[in-house]
Design a protein around this ligand. Structure first.
Ligand code: NAD
Length: 352
């Protein structure tokens, strides 16, 4: 066996249906008395419900999280954190809300409780992606890792089937890149395979019935495991492309991941035969095509063009992706990356 390093970080996880009923006792256990409840504007209703459950231990609800964690949004929240002398953060929502919580924690070291309602996996990582002046910067810092994560399957039942599919593919992207990461190790790969298996098992059932709680539990469990992979090892070409496209062209996060993933895996496939062999029993003989089919069988957009990216931006995106590239198992060529983005832009099938 090849020697490896593995680092695990301390955090508590509560997983199940109806688990938010334990929120108040969990908050008391952490000794928090002035918690700021964060959400997007769309999820204000559930944030208000949680604040009511916390009673006087909720300092306020701040429902202004947005995608890609703009620094201007964080600075606005920081004013409230100081004014209300907040002693803890509660993020209810997807990666956008958890991102805002992390950005505040980076500046204050306040303890965080995350209640994830998508499959993005941010709650499991010490990583924050912040956007300023159309550039997304990634920061790794132990202060941004949430101390407590409450997974409540019931809160994911409202995630529309279309967002569920792209968010699930976003999770699978973390697991796949972890399997061929520079720091890949047997523990993370085992976690990745279990996570991808649970998510792909859940996809058809959720598409048929978004209220299927067994399938939702499978998907949330899979997303948790894929999030662990994201937090455990470095990511490669796929994540670099998605950060570039999201930060510089303001493309939506999960949709971009879902569209780019088959193409990034196809690009790397010749260099990672062991990963491909382990994915074949789950995703078929050609795992990149398997991922492409998972996406085209949903109502989600299949191409970057549908997300509003202009064709003339392809060349610029390729140049940006090659600036400060992440480590990648296959050498990056400008023409190879440009062709990859062009196929993703047009919604074509992936090619190695
Ligand atoms: P999101 O948090 O923006 O959520 C998408 C939309 O779905 C929002 O309008 C939200 O309010 C809504 N929503 C969420 N859960 C819902 C539910 N259960 N029912 C109904 N509506 C619901 O999307 P996302 O894909 O989860 O997160 C994207 C952001 O997370 C990006 O900024 C990305 O960079 C970041 N992210 C960071 C990490 C990390 O480790 N740092 C990992 C993954 C994603």
């Amino acid at each position: 066996m090849t020697p490896f390093n593995y680092t695990s970080r301390p955090f508590r996880v509560v997983f199940g249906r109806g688990t938010i009923s334990s929120l108040r006792s969990e908050v008391e256990g952490l000794g928090l008395e002035r918690v700021l409840v964060l959400s997007t504007p769309q999820q204000r209703g559930v944030a208000d419900t949680l604040a009511r459950m916390l009673g006087p231990r909720a300092a306020a609800v701040h429902p202004y999280a947005t995608m890609h964690t703009p620094v201007t949004v964080t600075e606005r929240a920081m004013v409230l954190v100081r004014e209300l002398r907040v002693d803890g953060l509660l993020a209810i929502g997807g990666g956008s809300t958890i991102g805002l919580s992390k950005a505040i924690a980076l500046r204050t070291d306040l303890p965080q409780i995350a209640i994830p309602t998508t499959y993005a996996g941010s709650e499991m990582t010490p990583i924050l992606g912040e956007t300023s002046e159309r550039a997304k910067k990634t920061i790794a810092d132990p202060r941004v890792q949430p101390e407590l994560v409450i997974y409540d399957v019931d809160l994911t039942l409202t995630l529309p089937a279309r967002i569920s599919a792209v968010s699930g593919l976003n999770a699978i992207a973390h697991a796949i890149e972890a399997m061929y990461a520079k720091e890949s190790n047997p523990i993370t790969s085992l976690t990745a395979i279990e996570g991808i298996t649970a998510l792909t098992r859940a996809f058809p059932a959720i598409a048929a019935n978004p209220l299927d709680s067994e399938a939702r539990a499978d998907a949330l469990y899979g997303a948790w495991l894929c999030g662990i992979c994201l937090g455990a090892v470095g990511m490669a070409l796929h994540h670099k492309l998605c950060h570039t496209l999201g930060g510089s062209f303001d493309l939506p996060h999960a949709e971009t991941h879902a569209i780019v993933l088959p193409h990034a895996l196809a690009y790397n496939a010749p260099a990672v035969p062991n990963t491909i062999a382990r994915l074949q029993p789950i995703l078929g003989d050609d795992p990149a095509s398997g991922l492409h089919h998972l996406l085209v069988n949903t109502e989600a957009p299949h191409s970057l063009r549908e997300l509003g990216m202009e064709e003339r931006a392809i060349a610029k995106a390729a140049d940006l992706a090659l600036m400060n590239p992440y480590w990648n198992p296959r050498a990056l060529t400008r023409e190879g990356i440009r062709a990859l983005i062009a196929r993703a832009w047009a919604g074509e099938a992936p090619r190695s």
